[in-house]
Design a protein around this ligand. Sequence first.
Ligand code: ATP
Length: 376
Amino acid sequence: MSRFSTLRLDRVSRSFGRHAALKELQLEIGGGEFVALLGPSGCGKSTALNCLAGLLPLTGGAIWLDEQRIDRIAPERRGFGMVFQNYALFPHLTVRGNVAFGLKMARVPKADIARRTDRALEMVQLTGHAHKRPGQLSGGQQQRVAIARAIVLEPRLVLMDEPLSNLDASLRLEMRTEIRRLHQSLGLTTVYVTHDQEEALSLADRLVVLRDGVMQQVGTPEEVYGRPANRYVAGFMGYRNMLEVTVASADGDRLSLRLAGARLTGLDRDGLTAGGRAIAAIRPEDLDVAGDDADGRIPADIEVVEYHGRELAVQARLSNGQQVHFRTAGRLAPGDHVELAAAPERVLVFAPDAGEKPQPADEPAKDVPRQKAATP
Ligand code: ATP
């Protein structure tokens, strides 16, 4: 199957009745790239993938492979490989039979089928299991058969929809490495759907973060992890502490903030000015008990301590009622009073969401907003 240089989604939209599941998605994917579509359940990532696959007609926009418009081409004529979370293997066929099936359908000569099937089985390390039926394999092995079945066709694009979500934690990690290795050795352009930020960060060359069918950010793992475009992306990428603060003063992109009667310095991400309310986003791993040279100290009372091996995961409460989460290598117990600090460059300051009223920063919060838990 011929390779391409650019896959272009041009304002791709898909509605179900009045519900717009995907809104004008604009994206260019280079040949050989591994792109992850990331977001919580219902954000539209499977819809985007199914539009690419041809399983869902678009309700707006177009999809181009170089100069060829492909969104009106039947799925089987697009030359794409697909791997889904339910492996959808033929139970009555052997592993070899499952992998060879697509080649037989395509009337590839027998000798070529044997050679290509052997190679695909080798790639996913299943040569020794070729004679077994899917029912005799573990979940991870079945998923490998599904991957072999997709790559044996040498597709110009591989589409994967949460392929690891049915596997247990250790198998997930193993298969993740496997998928990365396959991508590195075969260079197949891949679009991978997941709600797991860690999976997306570790696998993809670029991440596309979606919310309610709208693209929020596209960037390398480093960009999306380190410089989330907005508060939503930050929350999804592990900035679990979303603290309501007041901007005391601004010096370039450095903001001096007031939080629960204490002072904190952070980086402006939204063009904020002095006097306004804002949200300071901090990852639990970037907040710790203040050292001697700390820039700003936030008093907190320890509530819950979890042992995590090398460190403790701690939940504490600020004097204004807001809850914070942090990690520490020190020894702490519920009831301890501490002062917390974070490096200013690790504190990202966003405008409060439009339409969402923040609690007053210096009064007890009745209901501190809880971010969607990112994968620990
Ligand atoms: P998940 O991770 O749960 O699969 P997702 O991000 O892949 O979520 P989609 O499956 O793309 O989300 O769904 C996006 C939105 O479109 C959801 O609100 C969903 O309810 C709606 N939707 C998806 N498929 C259909 C359908 N066939 N009919 C009606 N609504 C649909």
